[in-house]
Design a binder for this molecule. Structure first.
Ligand code: 3UK
Length: 544
């Protein structure tokens, strides 16, 4: 049944007893045994006569579904005919977001390979870890990012075939593709053949590779987008998240194609340029991080964003203050959703018509959630515990003992603490590892952050626990002020008093340090471990 000649992925999956329980409770989650998601998401439209619909938009080009298909087929032929590619091989894809990078993803998947995203900012050391772990044999890499991969190459014995795209060279992918047929029949993969691997972001240790099947890709297209995003085939998607991050892969590529819509893939889409791009391309659905929405709220008024109707926030908790700022600036209710690399996409969310400030939402149809204590017992509503998820997708780390931390008793444990209220709404409390324990109290950093963010002087902030002889830990806030506000003792006291009057006074930050920027991952996550490390190396840093 498998189409993989190279069975590396199947051989390195966790043993069945360490895998989560997979559930396919909805009619739309019944999959045939053979399934190629590239065929489902791309070829199907052309076959049914929709080849002329707009599909991908880049800064200098517009591709219809038929254009993308032809490009994908040429690249698939290059892989097979010029690069010794076999079904099951892992192919590293590296570049800033662009239609060409998307075409490479589909070419690999259509040819029965396993696409592995490598974020543009990764350096040789991280690239080496990924190539070695996944025994990657091929790479398609933007020519402008060639250098780091070249530096990594001597340590990457398995990596035999590298080709560059966005290249004028006769050795480049475009030149090779031009000589190839635009016909390529998709490989008849099994629904449970691997088609992609995503390495987790934002963690400290060695990267973990989460393996996903053709079936998983189709499952995420049929759950959250249908029930929570509710997009239409005339929607134009846009956003900042890299395609190597599964939030971006889903939001900017898989989901629009699953409904015959189009997507704008821009190399640069940071908060400085995204508002103008939304206006220019008349985008209707935006995917980015809470921090980016907060930064953009101030500048939206200067742009014609009348086309915009759906805005999705994920990657980090969405503070109620940011939800309000965005609504005041644009009239649009943000759709928050928590997802993970391990579960591929969003599993708790809400619609724009039904939002509860401060809550992430309710389980996405197809998924079940529970709040568990340390012994895996279910906790009643109102109690804080570990978020556990089951659904059609779940964690399968490639050959990694950390599988047993993410999956226990069939549940996926995301590493987040949550509580559920009596109406079934899920409220994020913080990463389990980030909980601040001070003088016997448990404090969630994000709760203090969301209060600080409501203060007009605060642009960004991060709250962590720092070691303290007397209390075990104390709450410390790192604060970036908005222009025109002055750091100092007076501001420190103002912010402390502000927190004390908003939430239980014991949660106020005893220490506040003003800073110019906060450490973030490429996917926009605040790196609280860096703030903690910074705090412990600065003896007595910050104001008391
Ligand atoms: C945190 C959130 C509160 C949470 C992701 C949407 O972020 C994604 O995947 P990662 O593997 O990180 C997963 C962790 O990030 N998180 C994400 N979204 C939220 N916390 N509210 C949120 N809305 O700690 C989670 O365990 O990088 C997000 C879709 C696909 C993704 N991969």
């Amino acid at each position: 049944m498998t189409a993989h000649v190279d069975t590396f992925c199947a051989c390195h999956l966790p043993a069945r007893e360490h895998q989560p329980e997979f559930r396919f409770d909805l009619p739309e989650l019944q999959f045939p045994r053979q399934l190629n998601c590239a065929h489902e998401l791309l070829d199907r439209w052309v076959e049914q006569g929709d080849g002329n619909r707009p599909c991908l938009i880049g800064s200098e080009l517009r591709w219809t579904y038929a254009d993308l298909q032809a490009q994908v087929n040429c690249i698939a032929n290059v892989l097979v005919k010029d690069m010794g590619f076999m079904p099951g091989n892992r192919v590293l894809l590296r570049g800033a977001n662009s239609p060409m990078l998307a075409a490479c993803w589909f070419a690999v998947v259509k040819a029965g390979g396993v696409a592995v995203g490598g974020m543009p900012l990764l350096r040789a050391k991280e690239l080496t870890q990924i190539v070695v772990k996944a025994e990657i044999s091929h790479a398609l890499c933007d020519e402008r990012l060639a250098e780091e991969l070249l530096l990594a190459a001597p340590q990457c014995a398995t990596l035999k075939h590298v080709m560059h795209f966005h290249s004028d060279s006769p050795d480049g992918l475009e030149a090779h593709a031009l000589t190839k047929s635009p016909q390529f029949k998709s490989i008849d993969t099994a629904a449970d053949d691997a088609c992609m691997m995503a390495f987790t972001s934002g963690t400290t240790g060695a990267p973990k590779g989460a393996v996903h099947f053709h079936r998983d890709v189709m499952a995420v297209c049929r759950c959250w987008p249908k029930h929570h995003l509710q997009a239409r085939s005339d929607d134009i998607f846009i956003g900042s998240s890299p395609l190597a991050f599964t939030f971006g892969l889903g939001g900017l590529l898989l989901f629009p194609l699953s409904i015959g819509a189009s997507s704008v893939l821009l190399e640069k889409a940071n908060p400085d340029v995204l508002p103008a791009a939304i206006a220019k391309y008349r985008a209707t659905a935006c995917f980015t991080s809470p921090t980016a929405y907060r930064a953009m709220a101030a500048t939206m008024k200067g742009h014609d964003i009348s086309s915009l109707r759906k805005c999705v926030s994920a990657g980090e908790a969405l503070p109620a203050a940011t939800r309000k700022l965005w609504k005041d600036a644009t009239g649009i209710e943000l759709i928050d959703g928590i997802g993970s690399t391990e579960l591929l996409h969003i599993f708790i969310s809400h619609t724009d018509a039904d939002a509860k400030p401060g809550a992430t939402g309710k389980p996405v149809p197809g998924y079940t959630a529970a709040i568990l204590d340390d012994d895996m017992n279910r906790l009643p509503p109102g109690k804080i515990g570990h978020l556990a998820i089951k659904g059609p997708t779940g964690c399968r780390y490639l050959d990694d003992h950390r599988q047993r931390q993410y999956v226990k008793n069939g549940w996926n444990l995301t590493g987040d603490d949550y509580l559920v209220d009596d109406d079934g709404w899920y409220f994020y409390q913080g990463r389990t590892d980030d909980m601040i324990v001070t003088g016997g109290y448990n404090i969630a950093g994000p709760e203090v952050e969301s209060v600080l963010l409501q203060h007009p002087a605060v642009a960004e902030c991060g709250v962590v626990g720092v070691p303290d002889v007397e209390r075990g830990q104390v709450v410390k806030a790192y604060v970036v002020l908005k222009p025109g506000y002055e750091a100092g003792d007076a501001m420190c006291k103002t912010l402390q008093d502000y927190v004390k009057q908003a939430i239980a006074p014991y949660k106020y930050p005893r220490k506040i340090e003003f800073t110019d920027a906060l450490p973030r991952t490429e996917t926009g996550k605040l790196q609280r471990f860096r703030l903690r490390a910074q705090a412990s190396t600065q003896a007595g840093g910050g104001k008391e």
